[in-house]
Design a protein around this ligand. Structure first.
Ligand SMILES: [Fe+2]
Length: 346
C-alpha cells in the first residue's frame, strides 16, 4: 500500500493547520477588539447626555455592521471547518484596531466638549450671580445716595434758617441797616455768578454776604444809629466789627471760608482797607466781591446820617476805584449786572 502520507503531504497538512490556527487567533482578536469598542461606545451613550447621542448611535451601528462582516469567517471556521483567507482576517483585525483607537479619540473629544460646555455654563451662572450682586449693590448705593441727598438738603435748609435768624437779630438792633446784609448777600452771589465762579462757592459768598456785618453786635446802638458824622474814636470802634464777626464765625464748621470773607470785606486792593491792610490777591475772591457789593448797597440806600445816594453814584464810585480800591473784574461784573442785565437791589 503506497504511503499516502509522504513527507511533503505531512508538511502541507502541518502548514495548513498552522495557517488555520493563525487565522483563528487573528479572527478571535478582531472580534474581541470590536466587542471592546462596542462596549465603550455603549458607555458613551449612557454617560454623555447631550446631542451627541445620535452620532454615537451611528458609530454603534457601524460597529455592529463591521462585527457581523468580520465574524462571518469565524462562523465559517466553526461550521464548515475552514476559514476565509488570511488577508480578509488581517483586514478585519486592522479595522478593529482603528475602531478602538477612534473610539477613544472620539470619547476624549466629546468629553472635552462636554467639559467646555459645563465650564461655559458655570461661567454664565457666575456672571448671572455677579450681575445680580452688582445690581443689588448699585440699588443700595443709589438708596444711600438718595438718603444722603435728603439729609444734606435738610442740613442746608437748617443752616440757611440759622443764618437768617442771626441776620434778623442784627437787623432788629439796627433799623437803618435792616435788609442791608440780605441785599449784600444776594448781590455778592449775582456778581460771583457773573464771574463764572463755581456754584458751590457762590453759595458760600452769599452766606458770607448775609453775615458780613454780624460783628456789629459789639458796637453800641447809639453809634450805629447816630445821625451825625462819627468821631474818630467811634469810627475805630465800628471798624472792630470785622474782627468781631470773624471771631464769632471762625469756629463754625461752614463748608466755605465764611469767616475769612467777613474779615476781608473792608480790605481794599491798594492796602488802604482794614483791619489788616491787605493788598491785591492777598484778599480772597469772596472778600473782593463782598467789598464791592457792600459799597453799592451802602451808598444806594439810606443811612442815619444821610439819604441814599442812588445806584448811579454807587456805580460811579466803583468806576473811580476800579483796579485801585476794588478788583476790576468784580467791578465790571457788577456794572454789567446793573447796566445791562437790569439787576435791582433786593
Ligand atoms: Fe461792614
Amino acid at each position: 500500500m503506497p504511503s499516502i502520507l509522504n513527507s511533503e503531504s505531512v508538511a502541507n497538512i502541518l502548514h495548513q493547520i498552522q495557517s488555520e490556527i493563525s487565522l483563528t487567533i487573528i479572527l478571535l482578536a478582531s472580534v474581541l477588539l470590536q466587542v471592546i469598542a462596542a462596549i465603550i461606545a455603549a458607555r458613551q451613550i449612557i454617560e454623555i447626555k447631550n446631542n451627541y447621542r445620535f452620532a454615537w448611535a451611528c458609530v454603534c451601528l457601524g460597529l455592529i455592521f463591521m462585527v457581523e462582516r468580520r465574524l462571518a469567517p469565524l462562523w465559517r471556521l466553526f461550521e464548515h471547518g475552514q476559514a476565509s483567507n488570511m488577508s480578509d482576517a488581517i483586514f478585519g483585525l486592522v479595522i478593529s484596531i482603528f475602531m478602538l483607537v477612534g473610539n477613544y479619540g472620539l470619547r476624549a473629544l466629546f468629553k472635552n466638549r462636554e467639559l467646555e460646555r459645563l465650564q461655559l455654563d458655570e461661567v454664565v451662572r457666575n456672571l448671572e450671580i455677579f450681575n445680580k450682586t452688582l445690581s443689588f449693590e448699585n440699588e443700595e448705593k443709589q438708596k444711600r445716595a438718595y438718603e444722603l441727598q435728603i439729609t444734606n438738603k435738610k442740613l442746608e435748609s437748617s443752616l440757611l434758617e440759622t443764618i437768617t435768624l442771626a441776620r434778623q437779630l442784627g437787623e432788629m438792633r439796627d433799623f437803618y441797616t435792616a435788609g442791608h446784609e440780605q441785599s449784600v448777600g444776594n448781590l455778592s452771589e449775582a456778581i460771583a455768578s457773573e464771574l463764572g465762579v463755581e456754584k458751590s462757592i457762590q453759595d458760600g459768598i452769599k452766606v458770607g454776604g448775609y453775615l458780613h456785618d454780624v460783628g456789629k453786635i459789639i458796637v453800641p446802638i447809639e453809634i450805629l444809629v447816630k445821625p451825625t458824622k462819627l468821631t474818630i474814636k467811634e469810627f475805630e470802634l465800628v471798624k472792630e466789627h470785622v474782627e468781631a464777626g470773624y471771631n464769632v464765625l471762625k469756629d463754625i464748621s461752614f463748608p466755605w471760608p465764611v469767616a475769612r470773607m467777613v474779615l476781608e470785606h473792608h480790605e481794599r486792593l491798594d492796602g488802604s482797607g482794614y483791619p489788616h491792610g491787605l493788598k491785591g490777591d492777598e484778599i480772597s475772591i469772596g472778600g473782593k466781591i463782598m467789598a464791592v457789593a457792600d459799597v453799592v448797597d451802602s451808598m444806594s440806600t439810606n443811612r442815619p446820617y444821610r439819604r441814599g445816594l442812588g445806584i448811579e453814584s454807587a456805580l460811579s464810585e466803583l468806576k473811580r476805584g476800579s483796579g485801585i480800591l476794588y478788583d476790576k473784574a468784580v467791578v465790571d461784573a457788577c456794572i454789567k449786572l446793573f447796566n445791562i442785565k437790569g439787576y435791582k437791589l433786593k
